[in-house]
Write a protein of this length. Structure first.
Length: 258
C-alpha cells in the first residue's frame, strides 16, 4: 500500500520584533520532544514587625523646627517618619538602596488645609516657603539626614487613607524589582491631631525547611504585644501595615483584584 504524501510544511508567521512575545522556556523530554514549564508561582511576600513612632500625650514638646523640619507642614510628622525608617534601616549594608513607599494621605490633606488657611488669612503674608509643605516627599528628609539614604522613594496619597494602595504597591515591588521595601504610613490621630509613623519592611519570604511533624512552617512571626503602643483604636484599624502583619496569609486576594 502506497504511503500518503506528506502535508506541505506550514509557513512560519513572521512577527515584528517590536511586538514579538518571548517564547516560553521548555524542558527536554524523551525522544527529543519538549513541553513548556508550568507557570512560576508568584513570589510570597511578608510584612515584617511594625515600627511605630510618634509623640504621645505627656511626651515633652519636640525641639524647635529648623532646617527641613521648619519647611514641613507638620515638623513632628518629619520626625516620626525619620525615626521609624531609621530604625528599619539600622544595620543595612552601606550604600543599600532600599526603596521607600510612603503612604501620606493624612499628611497631604493636612498640608493642603494648612496652605489654604494661610491663603485665606488676610493678616498673614504668604511666603514661598509655605508651599513647600505641600510636597510630601519632604517627610523623608529627616530619614536622609539620619542615615544617608538616597532613594528611590515613592509617595502615595489615597483618598481613603487606609494605606491599601501603598501596601499593594510595596508588595508588587518586593515580589519583582526589589527584594525588600520600606513601607511607611503617616497617620494622624483624630483625638490629638498628632502624626504617627507606622513602618515595616516588606520582603520576599525565605524558603523554610519542612517541620518534623509535617505541619507547614509559620509564614510570619506574631507582632509584639506593644507593636502599636500609643495609637488609638481607630488609627490602629486604619493602618494597612498592622493589618497585613497580623494577617496569617501571605497576601490579600481582594487587594490584588483592585
Amino acid at each position: 500500500m502506497s504511503a500518503a504524501p506528506a502535508p506541505p510544511a506550514a509557513r512560519e508567521r513572521v512577527v515584528p520584533a517590536a511586538v514579538r512575545e518571548p517564547a516560553a522556556p521548555t524542558a527536554s523530554m524523551a525522544r527529543g520532544s519538549a513541553v513548556p514549564f508550568p507557570p512560576a508561582a508568584p513570589a510570597r511576600v511578608v510584612v515584617g514587625p511594625p515600627v511605630v513612632r510618634g509623640r504621645a500625650a505627656g511626651d515633652p514638646p519636640p525641639p524647635r523646627a529648623t532646617g527641613a523640619r521648619r519647611l514641613a507642614a507638620d515638623p513632628e510628622a518629619v520626625d516620626a517618619v525619620g525615626e521609624a525608617l531609621a530604625a528599619l534601616h539600622r544595620g543595612a549594608a552601606p550604600g543599600a538602596r532600599v526603596p521607600v513607599v510612603l503612604s501620606a494621605g493624612d499628611y497631604s490633606v493636612h498640608a493642603a488645609g494648612t496652605f489654604a488657611a494661610h491663603c485665606d488669612d488676610p493678616g498673614r503674608r504668604l511666603r514661598p516657603a509655605d508651599s513647600v509643605g505641600l510636597e510630601p516627599s519632604g517627610l523623608l528628609r529627616r530619614f536622609t539626614e539620619l542615615t544617608g539614604w538616597r532613594g528611590p522613594g515613592y509617595v502615595i496619597a489615597e483618598p481613603a487613607g487606609d494605606g491599601t494602595a501603598a501596601l499593594r504597591f510595596a508588595r508588587a515591588l518586593a515580589a519583582g524589582r526589589a527584594p525588600a521595601v520600606y513601607l511607611c504610613e503617616v497617620l494622624r490621630r483624630p483625638d490629638t491631631g498628632a502624626f504617627w509613623a507606622v513602618a515595616a519592611r516588606v520582603r520576599r519570604a525565605t524558603t523554610q525547611p519542612p517541620r518534623p511533624d509535617g505541619a507547614p512552617p509559620p509564614f510570619k512571626t506574631p507582632a509584639p504585644a506593644d507593636a502599636a503602643a500609643g495609637l488609638d483604636p481607630d488609627t490602629r484599624r486604619r493602618s494597612a501595615v498592622l493589618r497585613a502583619h497580623l494577617r496569617p496569609c501571605p497576601h490579600d486576594p481582594a487587594e490584588e483584584q483592585q
